[in-house]
Design a protein around this ligand. Structure first.
Ligand code: NAP
Length: 283
């Protein structure tokens, strides 16, 4: 079974569009502000997709661009300004930031009720307390995709490869909350294959094409490939060797067309929910 993120994301977008229209009828259009610094080409593509997706569902957006030499203080001031703008409901700082910028300081400045990426310590804490508010978009998208295909998580042996703040860690938290038994593997893990072969549900978020081959995957597993890698010939590939792994497993996400579209869809969901929470009196 191929887990079609594009199709599921399409349905989520249609729901968001309907809810956004209802809010607009009440005189409030949800709005996302995106802060971008530097000239990273991948970031430019991601920001374009996010803005386009907002437009499709009736969420307003504005992009605040800064040069590659920007300081931490300038970005913090920009975020503070957006925190106080009542018509902005979601604030997103596109990563990576230029090397001289203190990324954590900038992210920590975002008012939690507007933090639609869910990276602020407030949201990390809430997630690990088992009472999440705004959840990072990629792992939230993975959970929605599993739900859409009726894939049970409770009681399952789950392995997450990667421990980043953006994907691996929140992914593990969501899976624990959903009742899975979770192992987090990373670059220091000895014998990665021995760990991944245990997984009934395997989520891979590393950024190394072909890292996971058929010998590392349990038969009948559900495999979610978060990786997005640009190959020398220009094609996109995940971290999982799709051609050899797909025939062995119960379900797998393709790259592209799996987790990627879900991430953007969940950003729209988070922006809408942030708007509704703020209108309803805050956190
Ligand atoms: P990241 O911050 O670079 O983290 C990568 C993780 O992989 C780290 O925890 C690292 O371990 C681990 N790792 C590196 N080499 C490994 C190895 N040989 N064996 C096991 N673990 C290894 O990356 P990220 O931001 O989480 O992103 C991961 C991938 O997902 C990238 O390809 C990115 O483009 C993609 N991504 C996709 C979406 C989407 O929407 N589909 C969204 C976000 C990211 P250490 O912690 O020990 O260094």
């Amino acid at each position: 079974m191929i887990l079609d993120g594009r199709a599921v994301a399409g349905k989520i977008k249609a729901e968001v569009a309907q809810r956004a229209a209802e809010l607009s009828k009440k005189g409030v259009q949800p709005k996302l502000a995106v802060v971008v610094a530097g000239e990273d080409p991948a970031s430019a593509v991601y920001v374009r997709h996010k803005v386009q997706a907002c437009t499709e569902v009736g969420i307003a957006s504005e992009v605040h661009r800064f040069g590659g030499e920007v300081t931490t203080e300038t970005l913090m001031a920009a975020v503070r300004g957006l925190n106080t703008k009542a018509e902005v409901h979601g604030v997103l700082v596109q990563l990576p930031l230029p090397p001289q910028v203190d990324e954590e300081a900038v992210l920590d400045t975002i008012e939690p009720s507007k933090d639609v990426d869910g990276f602020h310590a407030f949201h990390v804490g809430r997630l690990w307390q088992g009472r999440p508010k705004l959840v990072p978009c990629t792992p939230a998208g993975v959970m929605r995709l599993l739900t859409a295909y009726g894939i049970e998580v409770r009681g399952r042996e789950a392995v997450v490869v990667g421990r980043s703040r953006i994907v691996g860690r929140p992914m593990a938290g969501l899976l624990v909350n959903a009742g899975a038994t979770v192992t987090i593997a990373h670059s220091q893990t000895r014998d990665l294959g021995a760990v991944t072969r245990r997984a009934e549900l395997l989520v891979v978020a590393v950024g190394k094409p072909g890292l996971i081959d058929a010998s590392m995957v349990r038969e009948e597993a559900v495999v979610v490939d978060v990786g997005i890698n640009r190959l020398p010939d220009g094609r996109l590939a995940g971290d999982v060797d799709f051609a050899t792994v797909a025939p062995r497993v119960r379900a797998i996400t393709p790259v592209p067309g799996g987790v990627g579209p879900m991430t953007v869809a969940m950003l729209l969901v988070n922006t809408l929910e942030a708007a509704q929470t703020q209108l309803g009196g805050g956190q």
